[in-house]
Design a protein around this ligand. Structure first.
Ligand SMILES: Cc1cc2nc3c(=O)[nH]c(=O)nc-3n(C[C@H](O)[C@H](O)[C@H](O)COP(=O)(O)O)c2cc1C
Length: 336
């Protein structure tokens, strides 16, 4: 049996990417009901930010309880972790995960090429293992040493993210095609490929490159159940990778479909010195607020629309289950 499906207790080794603002209980349950692993991402089900850790945890608990009403299948919650000294926000969400018996977590760590940021907070990992909670680790910047550190800590699954992805892109600039075999050759735990996986062909390619499953973000935004604004779903369907522009920001890169803010971010990258461009753009994007304004509210003037280069393969807004079945059609045949 496929190791990812067996470890996570799911039908298909298909894991939905954690996406800030763009997940909620309905969407996550739809992925899990379709046979994949749905993940509640940062700000799941929200339209506002809160500076309170208690309120953040309460909101996540509400979402977890809603997912549990909509599916009896496994799902996960995102924990943003550092190599040590994890924030109070994460500690409180971890309490929710344990108390509500969430079966798996996505550990979103820094990774990188500097040993100070390899791996995940050992205390968090020990607590998760003590409670039998499965761990999928996705580092913002995957690397051989980070994957090996995470494996040594006892993680269940590692995600190799290529430069083709949507969201906060890895500063390492290694494409999906190159990073997948590099990481698969470096560790024994199963590895998922993230970045540009958007149809059955790209799923098959991921497996050919050594992946034991796929980690999919952008393709799942233009679905019936995703909370993104309808105009944004349609914009993604109507666009190809040629419509995306890359720009420098904090921590490294983003890319976006056309919006007024996107044009300003690209212009800053072109005219300002590197460090100034990164700082100015980071401020203009307001963390992930620009994502909420652009993608959740559908404001194509003041926000941005961050997606990966796989969008060229997306031709219609479909129910999550149809997307998962279509993408996994060859895997299904070969597994039978
Ligand atoms: C709009 C958007 C928001 C994202 N937000 C997050 C996030 O908050 N945390 C995270 O770990 N990854 C985030 N990601 C990255 C995804 O989890 C995943 O790695 C990526 O979508 C995979 O590449 P793909 O978009 O080409 O499928 C985001 C991606 C997108 C498209």
């Amino acid at each position: 049996m496929n190791r990812v499906a067996s470890i996570l207790g799911i039908k298909y080794p298909f894991v939905q990417g954690a996406m800030s603002w763009l997940t909620d209980a309905k969407f996550v349950a739809a992925v899990s009901n379709a046979g994949g692993l749905g993940i509640l991402g940062p700000n799941a089900g929200q339209h506002t930010v809160t500076a309170s850790a208690d309120e953040t945890a309460k909101r996540m608990r509400d979402q977890v309880k809603q997912v549990q009403q909509l599916t009896d299948k496994p799902f996960a919650v995102t924990l943003i972790v550092a190599a040590s000294d994890t924030s109070i926000f994460t500690q409180k969400i971890l309490d929710v995960v344990i108390e509500e018996h969430v079966p798996a977590v996505l550990l979103n760590s820094l990774g990188g090429v500097n040993s100070a940021t390899y791996g995940v907070d050992p205390e968090i990992m020990a607590t998760l293992k003590k409670h039998g909670i499965k761990t999928v680790v996705r580092s913002l910047q995957p690397s051989i040493a980070d994957a090996q550190a995470v494996e040594a800590q006892g993680a269940d699954v590692y995600v190799a993210t290529g430069f083709d992805e949507g969201g906060t892109m890895p500063g390492g600039e290694i494409g999906s095609f190159a990073i997948m075999p590099m990481i698969a050759d470096a560790v024994k735990i199963p590895v998922l490929l993230a970045g540009g996986i958007a149809d059955a062909r790209t799923v098959n390619a991921a497996f050919a490159l050594g992946a034991e499953g796929v980690y999919v973000g952008s393709r799942l935004i233009p679905t019936v159940e995703n909370p993104a604004a309808e105009n944004v779903k349609q914009l993604i369907v109507d666009s190809t990778a040629e419509d995306l522009r890359l720009f420098r920001t904090t921590p490294d890169y983003y890319r976006s479909l056309p919006t007024k803010l996107r044009d300003e971010l690209v212009a800053n990258d072109n005219k300002l010195p590197l460090l100034e461009a990164k700082q100015t753009n980071g401020k203009l994007m307001g963390g992930t607020s620009g994502m909420r304004i652009g993608m959740l509210d559908g404001d194509l003037e003041h926000g941005y629309v961050s997606v990966g280069t796989g969008i060229s393969m997306v031709h219609s807004i479909q129910p999550v289950q149809t997307v998962v079945e279509e993408m996994m059609q060859d895997y299904k045949t070969s597994a039978e």
